[in-house]
Design a protein around this ligand. Structure first.
Ligand SMILES: CC(C)(COP(=O)(O)OP(=O)(O)OC[C@H]1O[C@@H](n2cnc3c(N)ncnc32)[C@H](O)[C@@H]1OP(=O)(O)O)[C@@H](O)C(=O)NCCC(=O)NCCS
Length: 225
């Protein structure tokens, strides 16, 4: 699926037998490119569903700015799962260059985004410092290719294939962009996400402590793996 207009047709992404059939969203849910208007829903789903890292601690206004930047940056993208009634059931975000994305966020949104949450940034300085010092890959091996930044589905939508469809759309999008590898950093204590990524063909490449006392996995995807 090309989620943004493409000039060149891209051959379908190779899929190994071990990965099983390509997941489809359930009836009444469609996968589409995210827009600036979707950054509010993405921020809410992130704040409610993802508890690791320091981003959720900074609140939905900060997250909304971040997702707006992800939509606007040419090297990054947002994809959403939308129900027939227009509600956003889930999202996935990715970036070909996460460092460039954060640099751009700091340049364009830094002061405005950080000022209202300065107190919270100070209170959680350790988690912020750990993430900024090491990047998503912590002190471990760096990931190769595009980064899967975040995925979340609202609780009523869990277990219906929406998360799997979003990961498929993410992989199709990076393939369309000519990127051959992808990675994700996930908490080892998040079995649903680890199983979701494993089912899509990601495998564990490294294990490290991004945040003190919490094990994270670097999971790497290569075409046809
Ligand atoms: C992880 C998450 C996105 C999965 O979304 P989902 O729509 O429920 O996933 P799907 O229904 O497409 O399931 C796809 C696969 O994921 C795995 N999976 C999903 N939920 C699972 C669970 N609770 N336990 C174990 N495996 C699970 C399974 O392998 C499943 O494949 P199967 O149905 O063939 O067994 C969802 O649980 C979520 O939003 N969690 C909170 C946010 C989060 O932790 N995000 C990841 C960190 S960024």
């Amino acid at each position: 699926m090309g989620v943004t207009p493409s000039e060149e047709p891209v051959p379908p992404r190779p899929r190994s037998k071990a990965q099983g059939p390509v997941p489809h969203p359930p009836l009444g849910v469609r996968i589409r490119a995210g827009t600036v208007a979707d950054s509010t829903a993405a921020a809410r789903l992130h704040a409610e569903g993802i508890t690791t890292g320091f981003l959720p601690l900074l609140g939905t206004r900060f997250l909304r700015r971040l997702y707006r930047r992800i939509v606007c940056e040419p090297g990054s993208f947002l994809i959403v799962a939308e129900r027939d009634d227009g509600t956003v059931a889930g999202f996935i975000a990715g970036s070909e260059d996460t460092r460039a994305l954060y640099r751009s966020f700091l340049r364009h949104d830094g002061i405005v985004a950080a000022a209202p949450v300065a107190g919270r940034l100070l209170r959680h300085w350790r988690r912020v410092a750990e993430t900024l010092a090491h990047g998503s890959s912590g002190g471990g091996a760096p990931g190769r290719g595009a980064e899967l930044l975040a995925v979340a589905v609202d609780p009523p939508g869990h277990g219906q294939g929406i998360g799997g469809s979003l990961v498929t759309a993410f992989l199709d999008e990076i393939t369309r962009r000519g990127v051959t590898d992808a990675y994700v950093v996930v908490g080892e204590d998040n079995p649903a996400a680890v199983a979701l990524y494993r089912g899509a063909g990601f495998h564990t490449a490294d294990r490290f402590e991004l945040h003190l006392g919490t094990a994270s996995l670097l999971m790497q995807w290569v075409p046809g793996s």
